[in-house]
Write a protein that binds this ligand. Structure first.
Ligand code: PEP
Ligand code: MN
Length: 344
């Protein structure tokens, strides 16, 4: 439930509302927009019993939230959230790009890839140190050694680091080295992991599960936020459908849906979304045109030799070409005031 205060409500009016909510053992969250002040109520609202919040001074309206997730919903938090990851803002209207190899393969390859990623203009270096592979016989990642190479690459280039965590035990080392912690598609409904991630104090990139509905995905975000971590960025990375030409079906309509249902930023992964390097550039353009807050894409110096996901990795030249187009497209959208998001 959210309590909409009228624009003239005073600080005292708001404090009185919060006090009334807390007195019955519920949690109150205040959200101040440019025009509206809103108090969100978390917990079992039957605890309010006969307490008439609507009668308190300054209260305009009470709206109950129809969704199973609350903190992640736009009903609860009408203003779009901008997540600040070590100084890089995600969701402020300027698309952010995360690029790099699927996996950290060696120190030399990673440091070289980081230079390429930096030169192309991305803000984040990606690379898995813990790889959730379909087969237990496939390369599983360099683990802590890989995290150290990522941190070294950050030192050398100034890029921020995004990398995946796959287990609760992995949270501590990953949080120590990464700026943004990735929860992969396979762990989107690993609720124990989500709860622990919610306590780790680092921003989270939450990928959509292989077969997750948008509602399940937003509930996964809710698990993280409910533990006190509001800094969640969603990532559409394709879902399983009957189509076999592509590795997954990149659901770009999820960008529009999420922008309507949630205030959280959303980025798109055209690499895992298609499985094919040829499709990365067109899907990246389409994602930005649809209103995505950024992209995450795989880049490798020599995709044919990559230890994982070479077929969906851009070479240096193709990455530069995509970035060139993305910069032009986002400049055009900004200058022409082309905002695809329909408020409300
Ligand atoms: C990845 O980004 O390296 C990855 C494994 O992605 P996903 O979880 O979307 O499959
Ligand atoms: Mn990959």
């Amino acid at each position: 439930m959210v309590i909409i205060m009228n624009p003239e409500a005073t600080r005292e009016n708001i404090s009185e509302v919060i006090k009334t909510i807390e007195n019955v053992g519920l949690e109150a969250k205040i959200m101040e927009g440019a025009q509206q002040k809103i108090v969100g109520v978390i917990g079992d609202k039957t605890k309010l019993g006969s307490v008439a919040i609507g009668a308190l001074a300054g209260v305009d309206n009470i709206v109950s939230i129809s969704k199973s997730y609350k903190l992640a919903s736009r009903e609860f938090h009408p203003q779009s959230t901008v997540v600040d990851v070590a100084g890089v803002k995600i969701g402020d209207g300027n698309p952010v790009v995360m690029a790099g190899p699927c996996a950290v393969e060696s120190r030399e390859l990673l440091l070289e890839a980081a230079e390429i990623v930096k030169e192309g203009g991305a803000q984040f270096l990606r690379g898995g140190a813990y790889k959730p592979r379909t087969s237990p016989y496939s390369f599983q990642g360099l683990e802590v050694e890989g995290l150290k190479y990522l941190a070294e690459a950050r030192e050398k280039t100034g890029l921020k680091v995004v990398t995946e965590v796959t287990t609760v035990e992995g949270i501590k080392p990953v949080a120590e080295y990464a700026d943004l912690i990735q929860i992969g598609a396979r762990n989107m409904q690993n609720f124990g992991l989500l709860k622990e991630i919610g306590k780790c104090g680092k921003p989270v990139l939450l990928k959509r599960g292989l077969s997750a509905t948008i509602e399940e995905w937003l509930n996964a975000a809710e698990y993280i936020m409910n533990e006190g971590n509001p800094d969640v960025i969603l990532c559409e990375r394709g879902i399983r459908t009957y189509e076999t030409y592509t590795r997954n079906t990149l659901d770009l309509s999820a960008v529009a849906a999420v922008k309507h249902l949630s205030h959280l930023p959303i980025i798109v992964d055209p690499s895992h979304g298609t499985g094919k390097w040829r499709m990365i550039k067109p899907m990246a353009f389409a994602a930005i045109a649809a209103g995505a807050d950024g992209l995450i894409t795989e880049v490798h110096q020599n995709p044919a030799k990559a230890l994982s996901d070479g077929s969906q990795s851009l070479t240096k030249e193709r990455y530069f070409d995509m970035m060139n187009g993305i910069k032009k497209l986002s400049r055009f959208m900004r200058e022409e005031n082309l905002n695809p998001i329909i408020e409300g």
